[in-house]
Design a protein around this ligand. Structure first.
Ligand code: MN
Length: 243
């Protein structure tokens, strides 16, 4: 219960806030929605490396279209807007910005973390997907067996990480600086590169990645994901990371 003294105090503060509100509003410069898309660079949306329907029936064309053309495009636009007044940040690859977020100007650090992360993660994600993308082979297959026991065990661990990531985020297969593989989950658009690790494979478990086709059935989307992993691309990233 609020005491009479507290009530009076709260009322007085509210009165002051109301009195100053019109002035505060008048000083706020309206931001046109078009301002976000007006900035053309330096970061650009890479084209989807295949047709929207290339991953059907596992991911539907409409989901791919919205995911790439709207969601990924928005991360790029917001990143460009953020770095517009910071040339030193604008001149670096997004991966370098994410690798050392502490060096990013504080004013735009959170925007870069979220939207730079979104840009980097999605650029990788499109390349990680391919219909009938095979299975791990060669050194990558050996490393998976060594780290997780065998491929089914890896699949189970990875799926569990993706299913249990609360809210929006990603599950990843990463390799660290000691060349060790591990599975990690990250919230929002946080990227493993900010933890000094190289993402080899990632699954986007934001609802925008699957909701049109799977609604709340995230485990079905995760199971479908295993039909469209581009293992050749993952193996190539692994080879470069441990070279
Ligand atoms: Mn996404």
């Amino acid at each position: 219960m609020m005491t009479r003294r507290q009530a009076m105090k709260t009322g007085a503060v509210a009165g002051i806030a109301l009195a100053t509100l019109p002035g505060a509003l008048a000083q706020t410069t309206p931001v046109a929605p078009a301002a976000v898309t007006a900035v053309k660079g330096p970061f650009t949306l890479p084209p989807l490396p295949y047709a929207y329907d290339a991953l059907e029936p596992y991911i539907d064309a409409r989901t791919m279209e919205i995911h790439h053309d709207k969601h990924h495009a928005a991360y790029v636009a917001n990143l460009n807007k953020a770095v517009a007044e910071f040339p030193e940040a604008a001149n670096q690859p997004v991966e370098d910005l994410l690798r050392d977020l502490g060096a990013v100007p504080e004013k735009i650090r959170t925007v870069v973390r979220n939207n730079g992360g979104g840009h980097f993660n999605h650029t990788l994600f499109w390349q990680m997907l391919k219909l009938d993308g095979g299975e791990p082979t060669g050194d990558l297959a050996k490393a998976i067996d060594s780290a997780f026991g065998n491929f089914p065990a890896f699949k189970e661990d990875f799926s569990k990480a993706a299913a249990t990531q609360f809210g929006s985020g990603w599950a990843w297969l990463v390799v660290d600086s000691n060349k060790q593989l591990s599975i990690e989950a990250s919230p929002n658009q946080d990227s493993p590169v900010s933890q000094g690790k190289q993402p080899l494979l990632g699954i986007d478990v934001w609802e925008h990645a699957y909701y049109l086709n799977y609604q709340n059935r995230r485990p079905e989307y995760i199971a479908a994901f295993f039909h469209i992993i581009n293992w050749g691309f993952v193996a190539d990233r692994y080879g470069k990371a441990v070279a």
